[in-house]
Design a protein around this ligand. Structure first.
Ligand code: CDP
Ligand code: CDP
Length: 223
């Protein structure tokens, strides 16, 4: 039997992974996994439960029985809708802290792999191609200059009515990128078998078209 195809999109913060993954999945009629949202929800749930973000066993216990739900672009933690809250800078930073804990990553592994269902999956994060779906049929390393990414994040936060300061955003983003790339477990990296896609001067539609072309070239999607 042929394995369910996966497109793994990894890259630094605000490189466009979420937007691009969503549109590629819509074009192909595939499922989508926003793995970063899981780490964000874990951080939020830990804060709400009064568990310190460096308490590895405590945070892993939360990750193992996380009452999170995704529905039509909205995110729920138990009975609370947390779609906007998990995009705050506090949750971004918290996510990156809990993501450095091996037991937390382990606790989320099976849950992420459960998203792999027919006809296919587009998954975005930091370790989709390296750890979660190493056999993905297409691996993309999506990136853009730090300045372009900070500006995108700034516009995105403003549009959501969340507080944003360009100077703080750029330094937070660089700090988080460094932590994600330097950590011992599942660091962000450009894999040898990943295709590099720099979107500093490329819009979302351009990135989506590039990826969908590769999917067709590789015969990953039917039709
Ligand atoms: O998921 P990730 O943090 O990598 O990025 P995103 O949330 O998909 O994108 C961050 C922001 O950049 C969104 O508002 C996108 O619309 C925007 N973006 C863009 O303007 N041009 C691109 N090529 C990619 C994303
Ligand atoms: O949207 P943005 O790229 O800023 O972040 P995200 O994809 O929502 O991920 C938030 C944080 O979770 C990242 O800074 C990583 O530390 C962590 N993460 C991870 O370690 N592994 C993943 N597969 C996805 C996210």
């Amino acid at each position: 039997v042929r394995a369910v195809p996966v497109i793994a999109i990894d890259g630094p913060s605000a490189s466009g992974k979420g937007s691009v993954a969503e549109r590629v999945a819509a074009q192909l009629g595939w499922e989508v996994l926003d793995s970063g949202a899981l780490y964000r929800i874990v951080a939020l749930a830990a804060v709400r439960a009064g568990v310190a973000l460096d308490d590895e066993a405590g945070v892993a216990a939360i990750a193992a029985r996380l009452p999170a739900r995704f529905d039509a672009g909205r995110v729920w933690l138990g009975g609370d809708e947390v779609s906007t809250e998990i995009r705050s800078e506090a949750c971004s930073s918290g996510a990156s802290q809990v993501a450095a804990l091996p037991a937390v990553r382990e606790a989320l592994l099976a849950r992420q792999r459960d998203y792999r269902t027919r006809p296919g999956l587009v998954a975005d994060g930091r370790d989709m191609g390296s750890v979660v779906f190493p056999d993905a049929g297409l691996k993309i390393f999506l990136t853009a200059s730090a300045e372009a990414r900070a500006e995108r994040r700034y516009k995105q936060l403003m549009a959501k009515g969340l507080p944003a300061n360009m100077h703080d955003l750029l330094s937070d983003l660089q700090e988080r990128d460094a932590r994600d790339a330097m950590r011992a477990v599942a660091p962000l990296q450009k894999l040898p078998d990943a295709v590099l896609l720099d979107t500093t001067d490329l819009d979302i539609d351009g990135a989506v078209a590039f990826i969908v072309d590769l999917v067709r070239d590789r015969g990953l999607a039917a039709g």
